[in-house]
Design a binder for this molecule. Sequence first.
Ligand code: PLP
Length: 217
Amino acid sequence: MLQKILSQLEASQTTLVAVSKTQANSQILKMYEAGQRVFGENRVQELMQKYEELPKDIEWHLIGHLQSNKVKYIAPFVSLIHSVDKLALLLEIDKQAQKNGRVQDVLLQFHIAEEDSKFGLTWEKAQVLLESEAYAKMKCVQVLGVMGMASFTSDKEQVRAEFRQLKEYFNQLKSQYFADAAHFKEISMGMSGDYPIAITEGSTMVRIGSLLFGAGA
Ligand SMILES: *Cc1c(COP(=O)(O)O)cnc(C)c1O
């Protein structure tokens, strides 16, 4: 399955984040041995444990909701945090990155789905964040782009419209705040059920779990 997905991502040069939450180390190692280096986790505790136990050249991404008080545990090693949805969280990430002598790469998570159970910024809240004095003073965070999750629905056109919305937010942010920032180039969207749509809508990073590892694995 890994090779099949990678071949689908090749033409668009989309990055595969292998979502390894709940997977045993042995399963992750199999994927590692097949060449995969980017893995995504959604819980801090699980991420810390896997970081300790697995090869150190794995690039770990935190893709799930992150509480400010847990940032310190992953700040020494996490390579990309996809789920920044509050100024207070970004402030804490900046503080912990500074302590660790790092510049932390992050994505801004937007709310694009219909369900209100999912986390994420609105356009207005993102503007307030990026125009705040607190953000202007941050030295140790780098915003690489945006992340979003589409509605859990079989309506493909709705999913497509939501991905388009995220791409539109990306374009607007790029022109308003990141016009000169070459690093602002990532759109993290697409999961097992909807990644082919995400790719056609401009995803640069897909987060795939169940399809890759097998539902029962
Ligand atoms: C679990 C998860 C995924 C992967 O979901 P699959 O449907 O298993 O591919 C992607 N993104 C986030 C934020 C997740 O929590």
